[in-house]
Every structure is written in structure tokens, then in C-alpha cells.
Design a protein around this ligand. Structure first.
Ligand code: ASP
Ligand code: MG
Length: 413
């Protein structure tokens, strides 16, 4: 029997009515002749509430008990979904992570999947079960304790099951009907993409298009599992084709640029006048890493009289941690600098596209578009398929819209 993985996010199982609707989708797939592994998230907002209960109970909580509590939301939805399907005469059974089992490492709160055993589920599929409703986001450690995979982890559960069971497809249902050329709340004319490559999706996911957990895209890319992102809210299921995230070989028409991403809460820090000699950058970024600061862009200027400036960006809520870490190394005499300048009012805007590998001129076109709007660029960083700039936060929306126009994303084929 062909096996299909379908995953329902929190908003798709937010209450009994939504579970009913999701169950109808699953039933349609069973009627098409598929065995279905349905991965469910917790009801919308539930995991936040559970995490909140943990932090209110214990300030320095034991991560193993955090996982016991945080995994509970999916326990509820897996049982409810199985009941709903049974009520529709679909032979369904719920499966918690340990029952499958989904074997993970012991990194509680952010565990990695080592292996998914397929025998138990296959035996049950062979003896009449049509749907395995699997609690997403959870597994079992080598010590036999419940683990969770990190926030948003049921996306990764879904892709991992698709890999383990060699599924024909992995459908991920959420409250958005696909991946867009830009955030539709910013660009009204943003277009839904039929297809997007894993590489582009990874850039967009890490740039703040919060549709798929980054790890799930990495996993899908490694094993070449196509993911279909679609909405469970559309009335007409045939119309809701969604967006397929796949290998670039699967994409005929490659646009130079496929998406404009932005992330609002960025900060820019400049360390003024540090010695330009080997080891300084290692001290700076070593201390930031140790403090847990998520450094993104890094720029170092040419030096004058043996001194240089280093600029980097990080999330706004990590600025204080970064400032403390740097002043500590300065106090210890390991680093000498004149000043630390902080700009908390910046945003990052990026253009992403695999076509950039083979087309010149993307940077020029991007910077001209920003110049026409009078948007000043503060920092530039590039990768093979992405150009990112930091701009004043108040110009972020304007920048995104003008780039969407400049790259003709509305009209592209
Ligand atoms: N329920 C978990 C969370 O909210 C996992 C998920 O939904 O993907 O992060
Ligand atoms: Mg999610």
C-alpha cells in the first residue's frame, strides 16, 4: 500500500470542529487507497500554556520533566483524532512517540531523532489499521524517558516519518495555504509559489518565514522527500494545491529571485577600534558564542594604524547579553576597544533565489531599488543564493515592497 504522511499544525486541530475537518481530509486519502500516517501537533496555544506552567512551577526546571509536560498537548490531539476517525468508520489508532518508538538522543527540549522503528506500525497496517495517528514533537531517549524535539518540532516528526516509511508524499497542513514570494501581510500582491527548492526554503525559514521548522527542511533535503505545504481551511480541497518544497531538479522555471524575506527584530553592534591582529575575532565571537548570542552578519573594515572596527548583527533581545559578554572580556584584559555602538532599530531584508548562482546583476538591481526609495543600507551580507541588507526598521516594509516590484515577483512565471 502506498503510504502518505500528513501533518496537522496546531491551528488545524484547534478544537473539535477543526479536528473533524482534518479527519475528513485524512479519510479522503484513505479512500484514495493510501495508508496514512497522520502527525498531529498540540491544539493551538496548548504547548505555550504547558511551557508556562512549567516555568511558573520551577524556575530552574529539570529538562526531563519539562518534556513530560510539554509533550502532553500532542497526547491529547492524537487520541482525539483517532476517536474522530473511528467515528467516521476509518480504522485508526493513536501512537505516542515511545510506542512507535521514535528513538532520539537525550538532549531534552531539543532532542534529535536517531531512528524511527517501522515494524510496529507496519504490523498494524498489515492487519487492518488504515491510519496511524502519531503524536508529533516527541520521542524516547536511550534512557527510556520522553523527549521533545524543540518548538515547531512536529514538522520534523512528519518529515522523519516520511523518510522512515518511504512515503509517497509529506503533506503539511497549517493556517497558510503555501509559501509566498513575500509576507502577504506586507505585500498585498505577493504570489503563492507552486514550487520552491529546499535551499531557498531553508533561507526563507531561517529568515523568519515561520512556516516550517528549519530542521524539517534540512531533513527533507538530505533524503529528497518532497513536502507539500497547504492549508486545512480551504473549502475546496482540489483548489488547495499549496506549495511543493522539492529538489531544484524538480523545478522547470527557475526565477533569478523567488522570494523577499524580512526579519524585524535585529540589532547592529559595532566594536570600535580593536587591534587588527590574529586572534581578535576569535576572542570576540568566542565570547559571544559562549554567552549564547546568535550572531548573524559580520563585517570587518580595513584597518588603519593597526586598528579596525568589527560590526555584527544579532536578535534585539540578545543585545544586553552581547554587551555584557564583550565588556567582560574587556574587563579581563583580553580585548581592548574604544567603544561599543548599538543600534537596536534595524531590520533585515533579503532577496533569495537559486537563479542567483548563474545570473549577475542581482545586487545592483537590489541596491538601485532601495536607493530609488531613499532607503539607506547599513550592512550587506551575501551567500550563494541570498543577499541580505540591514536597514532602519521603519523602512522595512517599504524595502520589501520595492524589492518585490523590482524583481517583478508578482508577474513571474
Ligand atoms: N506543539 C509543539 C509546539 O508548539 C510542536 C509543534 O506544534 O510543531 O512547538
Ligand atoms: Mg508549527
Amino acid at each position: 500500500m502506498p503510504c502518505l504522511v500528513t501533518k496537522f499544525g496546531g491551528t488545524s486541530v484547534a478544537d473539535v470542529d477543526h479536528i473533524n475537518r482534518a479527519a475528513s481530509r485524512i479519510k479522503e486519502e484513505v479512500e484514495r487507497g493510501n495508508d496514512v500516517i497522520a502527525i498531529v501537533s498540540a491544539m493551538a496555544g496548548q504547548t505555550n500554556e504547558l511551557v508556562d506552567l512549567v516555568t511558573r512551577t520551577s524556575q530552574f526546571y529539570d529538562a526531563r520533566e519539562y518534556d513530560t509536560v510539554a509533550s502532553a498537548g500532542e497526547v491529547v490531539t492524537s487520541g482525539l483524532m483517532a476517536l474522530m476517525l473511528q467515528g467516521m468508520n476509518v480504522p485508526a489508532r493513536s501512537w505516542l512517540g515511545w510506542q512507535v518508538p521514535v528513538r532520539t538522543n537525550s538532549a531534552h527540549g531539543a532532542a534529535r531523532i536517531d531512528a524511527i522503528e517501522t515494524r510496529n506500525l507496519r504490523d498494524r497496517f498489515d492487519t487492518g489499521m488504515k491510519v496511524a495517528v502519531v503524536a508529533g514533537f516527541q520521542g524516547i531517549s536511550p534512557e527510556g524517558r520522553v523527549t521533545t524535539l524543540g518548538r515547531g518540532g512536529s514538522d520534523t516528526s512528519a518529515v522523519a516519518f516520511a523518510v522512515a516509511f518511504d512515503a509517497i508524499r509529506c503533506d503539511i497542513y497549517s493556517d497558510v495555504d503555501g509559501i509566498y514570494t513575500a509576507d502577504p501581510r506586507i505585500v498585498g500582491k505577493a504570489r503563492k509559489l507552486d514550487r520552491i527548492s529546499y535551499e531557498e526554503m531553508l533561507e526563507l525559514a531561517s529568515l523568519g518565514a515561520k512556516v516550517l521548522q528549519t530542521r524539517s527542511v534540512e531533513l527533507a533535503m538530505r533524503y529528497k522527500v518532497p513536502i507539500r505545504v497547504l492549508s486545512s481551511f480551504g473549502e475546496d480541497s482540489a483548489a488547495a494545491e499549496g506549495t511543493i518544497v522539492c529538489d531544484e531538479e524538480g523545478i522547470m522555471e527557475r526565477n533569478v529571485v523567488n522570494g523577499i524575506a524580512c526579519s524585524r527584530d535585529e540589532a547592529k553592534l559595532t566594536i570600535v577600534s580593536v587591534a587588527d591582529r590574529p586572534g581578535i575575532a576569535a576572542i570576540v565571537f568566542g565570547s559571544l558564542a559562549e554567552a549564547g548570542v546568535n550572531v548573524d552578519m559580520i563585517v570587518q573594515n580595513i584597518s588603519e594604524e593597526g586598528r579596525t572596527d568589527i560590526t555584527f548583527s544579532c536578535p534585539t533581545d540578545q543585545v544586553t547579553t552581547a554587551e555584557t559578554a564583550l565588556s567582560e572580556v574587556r574587563d579581563r584584559g583580553e580585548l581592548n576597544y574604544r567603544a561599543l555602538l548599538t543600534d537596536r532599530e534595524v531590520a533585515k531584508v533579503s532577496v533569495v533565489g537559486i537563479g542567483m548562482r548563474s545570473y549577475a546583476g542581482v545586487a545592483g538591481r537590489m541596491f538601485s531599488a532601495l536607493a530609488r526609495e531613499g532607503v539607506n543600507i547599513k550592512v550587506i551580507a551575501t551567500s550563494e543564493i541570498k543577499i541580505s541588507v540591514l536597514v532602519d526598521r521603519k523602512y522595512m516594509e517599504l524595502a520589501v515592497r520595492s524589492l518585490h516590484d523590482a524583481f517583478e515577483l508578482e508577474a513571474a512565471a
